[in-house]
Write a protein that binds this ligand. Structure first.
Ligand code: PAF
Length: 282
């Protein structure tokens, strides 16, 4: 694996080796890698792509400075995992490299409705930051395929919208299934910050999603939603939202509406740690 810290070095390497867009599979990350990230590397490799992973803890997508300061960093272990996975290139830029003229000088995009709801409502400015950095990374890496995890469902939709806004017709966005721990907890870098007692409870989010899914044909969503909120509250979570939405548009729904494709989404805090997850109702 080759590691590049600047866009110019990465681009020189790609043009010298004649590695062009159709061959490039790109996995953007913020580091603190876990098997969920590695499943994205594996998917790109399985597709026969030249695999480029980026690690960049993007300051502009953190609406909460404390979350940014406490975000786990484990670059040496990340490099080891990428080596083991057979990743071809790691792009590891500095903040100055990504935002040379400051964070306000990099293009930002309007995602309309998508950035006003759920994560957008709870974390104002978050998706503007995601759009800024993913736009900048796409411009540098010029991949043919971008691999992201379904765990960040709304982010997947934002990135798909970004592709449209940038007119990147040749770019495929590959959304890979959420990797889960044995108790169902969605893998996330933030899980490392859970204490043992918090970790023991964290699987409840997935259990709530499964119960929402199970009741889709006969149940009443507001009732299931309340049962889940009450359960989480009783166990010490602060629930931010438990929502049901159209899986294609993310239009929020008051109740189950089969056979419309639907997704249930959840965000809750346990102590200081904010967890999100989702499940497609099928
Ligand atoms: O999902 C993430 O890790 C980040 O939001 C991303 C897509 C790498 C942009 O910083």
């Amino acid at each position: 694996m080759v590691i590049f810290k600047t866009a110019a070095q990465l681009q020189d390497f790609l043009s010298f080796r004649a590695i062009t867009t159709p061959k490039i599979g790109f996995i953007p990350t913020m580091g603190a890698l876990h098997s969920g990230h590695i499943s994205l590397i594996n998917a790109a490799k399985k597709d026969g792509m030249f695999t480029i992973c980026s690690i960049f803890l993007n300051p502009t997508q953190f609406n909460d400075k404390k979350d940014y300061d406490k975000y786990p960093v484990s670059t040496d272990a990340d490099i080891e995992m990428l080596l083991q996975a057979g990743c071809d290139v790691l792009f590891l830029p500095s903040v100055e490299e990504m935002y040379p003229g400051g964070t306000n000088t990099v293009a930002s995009y309007d995602f309309g409705y998508l950035e006003t709801i759920l994560e957008g409502a709870q974390r104002p400015g978050h998706f503007k930051g995601v759009g800024q950095i993913v736009g900048r990374l796409l411009d540098i890496v010029q991949p043919g395929r971008l691999y992201i995890g379904q765990k960040d469902y709304q982010q997947c939709m934002i990135i798909t919208k970004l592709k449209e806004l940038l007119g990147l017709n040749d770019l495929s966005i590959i959304i890979c299934p959420t990797s889960r721990e044995q108790d169902g907890l969605a893998m996330s870098s933030r899980n490392r910050r859970l204490t043992d007692p918090q970790r023991a409870l964290a699987g409840l989010l997935y259990q709530c999603l499964v119960s929402i899914q199970t009741k889709k044909d006969s149940g009443n969503f507001p009732i299931v939603q309340k049962e889940c909120t009450d359960l989480l509250t009783a166990k010490g979570f602060a629930t931010e939202y438990i929502a049901l939405a159209d899986a294609n548009t993310l239009q929020l729904l008051d109740n189950y509406d089969p056979p419309r494709p639907m997704v249930a989404l959840i965000a809750a805090k346990i102590g200081e740690i904010r967890l999100i997850d989702n499940i497609l109702l099928q």
